[in-house]
Design a protein around this ligand. Structure first.
Ligand code: ADP
Ligand code: MG
Ligand code: MG
Ligand code: MG
Ligand code: MG
Ligand code: MG
Length: 633
């Protein structure tokens, strides 16, 4: 079925010999693309979302909700459904989405049939397209299975049963997760091999416990086997739970949006503008408060992904003097961006204020081939990481017509924002992917956040905004964004004056330290005082320049009101809603434990909200689902 990669991966010792080969050809491939595409311009604005799904199954006798490990069967069953749809309703044929495998064997990813434009009618079609996507998959599920858009499964790795079928963890891959949880793609196992090879022992992800009234103090994670606790005593933290495998993060679902810019330069501006927005959107979309069956003090997945993807050697992490490793690397492979890349005068050098090494050979080669310094650094920084896998049948490629070596490094540097290069041999241009959002429970919410991000992208370009703040502050914001109730409780560094300094009216020479201040998400989104319009304010200014029918405007407003309400606290995040549900469940002992029964009832409730059976007016606006729903099958 083409799900399993053809060819096999080189074993790690052989792969090591080919790293330089992958680097060299990757850069050759990039240079071919750059030289062909650097002057490409006037591409249409197009965009598309990616939604990651979990397949869950109910065991109603045991009152348990499980992860159903049926990724492969489900993906294999879909073509038949598509065939039927094409035969029976040819008008729908062009709308058929595509699905592909994802990290967890209970996960799939779906993308729309084709990218959309920024026309209001396209924006307003997204929700029904997302619903159609969900419904198509639901058709191949068993009666006791449901497709969910949950960021993290609350009892992944908890003692007892959490997968269907059940497998016992053996301790080889993880003390908490059976290796059977991984999808079959070679790359997923290879990521673990890379971690094992590059660092002693398993990854260590300490997640702070949420102290409820009966949570023991100090809290010691009772799920860690005794012998293991001994061996890890130097890295374990009191008052934290331990997660120990890449799958805890890789097994999370997110919502991503990719936008095509008119040219490389506009794409680079968008990339820079998105970077300071990424933490804000993480806080706004927070949806994952429960890990390994415990209520924690975080509301989102980001830091868990950062820690579980951290394949840096001890030398690279600065724990030992450099000898075998070449660089000290301050960031994990999954992290915020390391430098801004736009050549706008708004992008002052001092904003890229964090240190991050780069591969000098790659950098020099890019420079001597006409790539500018900012882009050269951006790329050379990714070339301090090893390829995760090298596939034997991919070793020798036609560098003029392939980007596979380039992407084997580029696409495995998992940043909050990605500047996507045009794939060779296609009509696709320069794109920017926004990657920090957590997937929401309903397609209404997923559509709302996608539409908001797309309108914001258009406003950024149309209004020539300037969101630059030092990257050290963006990094700080990312840490804050994950904390419990960050959206209402935390403050975030943000730029005070968001119109470009290239614009004649604004001051050129304000000192950088006066340029930004700490604001709440409410202020950042909904505005502050007379001079700071907020991101929604910018979106409305942009919408005001368009000619939009009042009915359409009303429909857009329903989406924008969700963002507004989540930001000002009048609506809860999914994380807060889940936390409150758990804390008021009769079986909850106020000890932070989310047992099977609570989890079952939580999942059922979320399911009912998604189906529109259960109202959750503190989560979704009054009137949902009728507000925008038009096509539930
Ligand atoms: P990846 O996993 O590499 O981020 P996917 O193929 O899963 O990429 O998703 C890419 C997204 O980009 C999809 O939503 C798709 O509709 C969208 N897309 C495809 N072509 C374009 C384009 N030319 N411009 C913008 N978005 C596009
Ligand atoms: Mg994808
Ligand atoms: Mg994905
Ligand atoms: Mg993922
Ligand atoms: Mg993506
Ligand atoms: Mg300008």
């Amino acid at each position: 079925m083409g799900l399993i990669m053809h060819g096999s991966a080189l074993d790690p010792d052989d792969a090591r010999l080919y790293i330089d080969h992958v680097y060299e050809h990757g850069i050759t491939q990039f240079l071919h693309i750059w030289n062909r595409m650097k002057t490409r311009h006037s591409d249409e604005f197009l965009w598309g979302d990616e939604i990651e799904y979990m397949i869950l199954s109910y065991d109603d006798t045991e009152r348990r909700a499980n992860l159903s490990l049926r990724q492969i069967e489900v993906l294999e069953a879909l073509p038949k459904v598509f065939e039927d749809i094409r035969t029976r309703s040819p008008d729908k044929a062009a709308l058929l989405p595509s699905f592909h495998e994802e990290f967890g064997r209970y996960m799939i990813e779906g993308i729309p049939a084709f990218p959309l434009t920024d026309s209001v009618s396209d924006l307003l079609s997204v929700e029904s397209k997302m619903r159609y996507r969900r419904d198509v998959v639901q058709r191949v599920l068993k009666p006791n299975e449901r497709l969910f858009t949950l960021t993290a499964f609350p009892r992944l790795g908890a003692p007892g049963v959490f997968t269907d079928p059940h497998y016992e963890p053996t301790g080889d891959y993880s003390y908490f997760l059976p290796v059977e949880i991984l999808g079959p793609k070679i790359q997923y196992l290879a990521m673990n091999d890379l971690l094992v090879r590059r660092r002693p022992g398993k990854v260590v992800i300490n997640v702070p416990i949420f102290f409820d009234t009966n949570t023991p103090r100090p809290f010691v994670d009772p799920t860690i086997p005794q012998g293991v606790r001994e061996s890890l005593k130097n890295v374990l933290k009191d008052d934290h739970i331990l997660l120990d495998a890449h799958a805890f993060g890789g097994g999370c679902c997110c919502l991503q949006v990719t936008s095509q810019a008119s040219d490389a330069s506009q794409g680079r501006r968008l990339y820079d503008a998105f970077a300071p927005i990424a933490p804000i959107m993480l806080a706004l979309t927070a949806a994952s408060p429960v890990w390994k069956g415990y209520l924690t003090d975080v509301d989102s997945r980001w830091g868990i992904l950062t820690d579980c993807s951290d394949e840096r050697t001890e030398e690279e992490r600065g724990l030992k003097p450099l000898s075998k490793s070449k660089y000290r690397i301050p960031k994990s492979r999954w992290a915020g961006i390391s430098s801004y890349i736009s050549d706008t005068p708004d992008n002052k050098r001092e904003y890229s204020d964090t240190t991050m090494p780069y591969n000098e050979q790659v950098y020099n080669r890019l420079l001597s081939n006409g790539v500018d310094e900012l882009l050269a650094v951006h790329i050379a920084r990714m070339y301090i990481r090893e390829p995760i896998t090298i596939m034997t049948d991919m070793l020798h490629q036609d560098d003029e017509n392939s980007a596979a070596h380039f992407e084997s490094i580029h696409a495995t540097n998992w940043q909050s924002v990605r500047f996507k290069i045009p794939p060779p041999g296609s009509s696709i241009g320069w794109r920017v992917e926004f990657r920090s959002m957590e997937v929401q429970l309903t397609d209404f919410e997923n559509a709302a956040f996608s539409v908001f991000m797309i309108l914001l992208s258009r406003a950024i370009t149309a209004l020539d905004t300037n969101f630059y703040i030092p990257i050290s502050k963006v990094d700080l914001n990312m840490v804050r964004a994950q904390r419990r109730s960050a959206v209402t409780e935390e403050k975030f560094w943000f730029r005070k004056s968001v119109l470009s300094t290239n614009a004649p009216s604004s001051s050129q020479d304000r000192a950088p330290e006066q340029e930004h201040e700490e604001m709440s998400v409410d202020e950042i989104i909904n505005g502050k005082g007379k001079t700071f319009p907020g991101l929604l304010g910018l979106v409305y200014v942009y919408l005001g320049t368009l000619d939009i029918e009042p009915v359409e405007m009303d429909k857009l407003k329903v989406y924008l009101d969700l963002v507004k309400g989540r930001a000002n606290g009048s609506l809860m995040t999914v994380a807060t809603w889940m936390r409150n549900f758990i804390r008021s469940h009769p079986a909850y002992a106020h000890d932070s434990v989310v047992n099977e029964e609570i989890n079952y009832d939580l999942i059922k409730a979320l399911d009912q909200i998604e189906r529109g059976i259960l109202r959750a007016e503190d989560l979704l606006p009054a009137g949902y689902p009728a507000a925008t729903a038009d096509c539930r099958s």
